[in-house]
Design a protein. Structure first.
Length: 81
């Protein structure tokens, strides 16, 4: 593989994402030794435990993105905008 091709492949590689949508996911994520490129916090699914999520965020040790899906897209708890 040439250096040019290798650089291009690296630029378009898939990034591992750690999706956190349950209390068990959150507990597992804070204990991970090999971290994903980032964690996705599914706020619609985590609504009942947002206090736990907030207190655990500093322990996740990887960049975070937060999402809240609409119920028509599989979201939970009918969140309002």
């Amino acid at each position: 593989m040439t250096a040019r091709r290798s650089a291009k492949a690296e630029r378009f590689r898939s990034a591992p994402v750690g999706v956190i949508a349950t209390r068990a996911d959150l507990q597992r994520a804070v204990r991970l030794r090999q971290l994903p490129d980032f964690f996705e916090l599914r706020l619609d699914a985590l609504l009942p435990i947002l206090g736990e999520v907030e207190s655990s965020m500093s322990k996740l040790r990887a960049p975070l993105i937060m999402t809240a899906r609409h119920p028509q897209e599989g979201g939970k708890h009918n969140l309002s905008p």
